[in-house]
Each structure stands twice: as C-alpha cells, then as structure tokens.
Design a protein around this ligand. Sequence first.
Ligand code: NAD
Length: 254
Amino acid sequence: MPRLKGQVAFVTGAGRGIGQAMALAFAAEGAIVGVADIDGVTAASTVREIGRNSGTARAFPIDVSRRDDVLRAVDQLVSEFGRLDIVANNAIVFRNEPVSEVREDTVEKMISVGLKSIFWTAQAALLHMDPERGGVIINNTSPVADLGVPRAAVYSAIKGGVSSLTRSLAIEFGPRRIRVNAVCPSTVPTPGARELNNNDEALYETRRQRTPLGRLGTPEDIASAAVFLASADASFITAAVLRVDGGATVYGGA
Ligand SMILES: NC(=O)c1ccc[n+]([C@@H]2O[C@H](COP(=O)([O-])OP(=O)(O)OC[C@H]3O[C@@H](n4cnc5c(N)ncnc54)[C@H](O)[C@@H]3O)[C@@H](O)[C@H]2O)c1
C-alpha cells in the first residue's frame, strides 16, 4: 500500500538533486507533487519523470524567496487537487567564501532562498492544510548548523536558522496538527554540491572514509527519510532533526 496515497505535496528546489529525489519518492508513494524550482526546465523534467512512472505532478517555475510566488503556486496546486498535506523546504543557493569577501547580494540571495522561503511555505501550509487532518513540513538542514566549516559562514548561519526554525514551527503549528521536522544529510554529491566542491573526488573520498557506513549519501537516502517523516509511521514525531549521514557527523576517529 503506497504510504502517501491521495496526498498532495509541494517540494521546493525539486528540479534536481535531493529535492528531485524527494519529489520522485513522494510520487512513488502515491502523492501528487508540486515541483517548484527557479529553473523551469529542470522542474518540467522532474514532472515528466514522475509522469513516466505513472504519477501526477505539476511544475511551478518560481522563485521561492518571493512570498507572492509561493502563495500563488500553492494556491494553484490546491485549486487543482483540493488539498495540501506535505511541504518539503529544500531549495538552496550554494556559495562558499571567506567572510571578508562576502557581498551583500550574496548574503541576501542565499538567506532569501535557504531560510526566508520557509516562512512563505509555512504560511501556505497554515492556509491550506486541513485543520482536522493536519499535515507535515519537512525542512532540509545540514550538519554545518552545528559544526564550524571554513568559508561556509553564510551557509552555516542559514542551516542554524533552518534547524531552529524547525523547532519553532513545530511548537507553533503543533496545535494545528502540522508536524515539522528536518532531515540532516551529510555529503551527498548532487549537481549543486559538486559545483560547490569543484568536483573534488579526493575530498569525496576523504569524506567517504570518515563515514562509518563506508559510503556517501545519495539523494534517494535523504528522500526515503523524508517519506518516513511524511508518513503516518512518524505521526508522533515533530521538532526532530533526523541525521541521514551514515554516522559521519558523530564520527570521532582520527
Ligand atoms: N548535497 C549535500 O551534500 C547536502 C548536504 C546537507 C544538506 N543539503 C541540503 O539539501 C538541499 C538540496 O541540496 P542539493 O545538494 O540537492 O542542491 P542543488 O543545488 O543540487 O539543488 C538545489 C535546487 O534548488 C533550486 N533553487 C535555487 N534557487 C531557487 C529559488 N530561488 N527558487 C526555487 N528554486 C531554487 C535550484 O535550481 C536547484 O534545482 C539544500 O537545502 C541543501 O542545503 C545538501
């Protein structure tokens, strides 16, 4: 029995990488998926792939940092399919640089996409999630919320914000029966992460060796965790940050 049958999900940054895997996984479990991405071409290709697997999806080529874009897209999704059950906040703009070189427009862009957008999807969730059935919000955070990583100050600040916002939303939305959790992946060689790391295979090998389970994560690993958090199996789980990292984050070896 598909675990999300008849449900409607909205996933940000779902044109590629982890967001795409989440959209595909939600659809494989029976959900209808709104695929939001600033890149309309990749959003459409995720929708086509869901269609090829006999699922249903709609593309929303929007900038998720814009409140109007988000509210309009979710409105449209709900007008067509009648409900909203799952929101996955996944979109990101990756950029690493020393604090001394960080420009105002970089900070503005990264925070708007990676953190501010969560307020707009949360407002859409409040508007459209059924008061009786409730719903689920899943945020995508990172171990850098708690670890110090050189050149990643803006990204760390965003993810620290995402983790704490996950807890705040869980408390505020609990009485509305909306559960709010986060997945926390370690290194996943997605297109965005590969660009950020200049395809540095040596770096990926070092990280693999520091992962007790002996491999890096895949977008599908993270998507499986998101399906679990979205499903009734997680019905008493809220305010959780679920590490999906093969043990890498707590590894204390040399
Ligand atoms: N890849 C990793 O190693 C890793 C590790 C920990 C956490 N994460 C988190 O996972 C999430 C996805 O990362 P990824 O590696 O798949 O990234 P990615 O760069 O491959 O994909 C990000 C997607 O977000 C979209 N996007 C960017 N700006 C947007 C905007 N304004 N509006 C709508 N969409 C926009 C991009 O077009 C892209 O499709 C992020 O939240 C990231 O922080 C990734």
